[in-house]
Design a protein around this ligand. Sequence first.
Ligand code: PAF
Length: 282
Amino acid sequence: MKMIRSPQRLQKILGKERLRKKTVGFVPTMGALHEGHLSLVKAADRENDITVLSIFVNPSQFGPNEDFSKYPRVLGADKRLLRKVKVDYLFCPSVPAIYPKDHATCVAVGAELAEVLCGKFRPGHFQGVATVVAKLLNIVAPSRLYLGAKDYQQATVIRRLVNDLNMNVRVRVMPTVREKDGLAMSSRNRYLNPEERRRALALSHALFELRRCLLKKKGTLASLRTQTVRKLEKAVDRVQYFEIVDPATLAPLKKIQRKMAVLTACFVGKTRLIDNVIISFP
Ligand code: PAF
């Protein structure tokens, strides 16, 4: 695994690899890696000749009161974890390398995708994500991009970015990797103390239970949603949102339909956790 900090150097190296007809799989991350990230690397390795993983804590996707400064930066541990998989290039640019002083361009995302669900509570977040992902895709120019389904709204925004801006890359969204007890793996899980870690389980349990009830048609969408939120509110400190939406458009649903996405964000202590399930009738 070769670590590269300069965008220009990586562009040059990957340009040569592409001339040799090598396909490139790209896994963008903010570090604090876990098994979820490793599953993306494994998929990239299976489907491409070369795997690139980036670690960049992107300031433009954090709000002023969010955890940018305390976001875990653990490059040594990340590199050790990456020994378990095959990464050819580890790209770790500095903030000025990605956002030089005169940086003036960003990607605006339509309100229907960027200002709902997480975006309602994190203004500017998806503009920051879309901008950095567009920049990273221009630097790496991969054949395939690997994202985790845990960040469902992010994956939806990035799919649309790639489509709307005619980018020549296939977006591969891989299943959420969970701890044995069901908690979705997340870099932010490390903020939880043991008592919060126990209560954090309520998110996946609520989503799985709702999926069971919906598949068995045990009530209306509205009644099942209300019951689930009530239960969840007893376990976590705050349910920021809990929505049942169309999986493609993220528009809220009033009635049960063949395919639905259920997404939630909750605070457990000071930690904000997100999770989701997709419900699909056969
Ligand atoms: O999911 C993440 O880690 C980030 O949002 C991403 C896609 C690397 C962009 O900064």
